[in-house]
Design a protein around this ligand. Sequence first.
Ligand code: ATP
Ligand code: MG
Length: 405
Amino acid sequence: MNNNARMTTFDSITIRRAALADAYLAALKAQPGRPIALFAPRRVGKTHFLDGDLAPAAVKAGMLPVYADLWLSRKDPLAAINHALEEALDDVTVPTSAAGKAAKTPVRKVAILGNSMDFGDAPVRRPLPDDPRLRLDSLITRLASATGKQIVLMLDEVQSLAQAPQADDVIGTIRAVLQKHKKLVFSLFTGSSQEELGAMMAVAGAPMYQFAQLQTFPNLGTEYLELLAAHYRKVHPNKSLELAALERMFAHVGWKPALMKDLVKAMSADGITDVNQGLTLYLADERNVAAWQGMFDRLLPLEQAVAVLVAHGIAPMAKATTDALAQEPGLASTQPKVRSAVDRLRKAQILAKPEHGGSFHLEDQLFADYLAQKYTPHYLAKVRPSITAPKNAPKQLGNKLPTAK
Ligand SMILES: Nc1ncnc2c1ncn2[C@@H]1O[C@H](COP(=O)(O)OP(=O)(O)OP(=O)(O)O)[C@@H](O)[C@H]1O
Ligand SMILES: [Mg+2]
């Protein structure tokens, strides 16, 4: 019986990836000073992996994992990294229990002018430098020496460094410090945009490939779907889900486990085994509709037009598209305006571009399905490049999922 057999809800199903974590640690050790930069689209499980697999693997290997989410402090990423390191340093130098304190800091009694005072042998090290760049440098040295361990520094959403004020300076500092302390610290970055990370490393003065080892973070595989199907069978002993159909659905939603789980959960609630029917019902579910429609309603008219076209598989920046949009009376569109709308949608992480070229798509495929189903603008025919079947044609849900290869 594996540990997953004990799982009792769809939500508690989780895939652990210890071998992948070990492989990254080995790759880091093989090239000291060179971080690994992992790329994957949103919601495929990067953070889940750092937290649940890489950090424990590092501990097991006798190293000290330190995690910082740079997206949360785009304005001051260096402070976020320093804060994470300081917390780790506190964990090792400041004992949490009273007993620990007493053991660590022997209290001496001294009499000064008849008054008795208690004080301990407080750490005599100089305070950490205030300059965040020097502070980073010091923190790494101190943390490594306090623990006697090598640090595994995990920087999540590292592409947000590019958005920091004085990005060049910050990136340059991180790079220099990581190089300088390559015996003490290994680092692993994650990002959801290869393009942005490439741009970010370019500002640091050397091409990305010379600094970090760029790797694509692998998607979860069939083992996740097997667990979902197994749990479904537990709930509905007389029914079963077809694995090949689940695989097509998983590919359709961009290998996003939480999205996939939600779909299977909804299918289970309705006792449905047909994935196409499950998808149709999911797209019609009023809670999902409210969320998607709310997101759509907050967009500006031109952004809405772009989102709908992309949902229909149309390239937003193609000349036929920008021409057609320019002719729409309500939109007052121009080619630069379409470009800005695209940029805003990307910044809002609604629109994404695949890593290796290719056309734009909506980050959330189910949102795209919803839009394509609901909106069919009259100019769609004009911008459709050819007679090839549209990717997300409305009223064709049954044909929507790509067939297995
Ligand atoms: N190995 C896994 N097993 C089961 N579920 C997972 C796994 N990895 C991720 N998930 C689910 O997918 C969801 C998204 O994962 P996570 O937040 O790690 O993705 P991410 O790539 O970091 O996304 P973002 O780009 O939004 O930061 C999580 O809420 C989690 O429930
Ligand atoms: Mg994440």
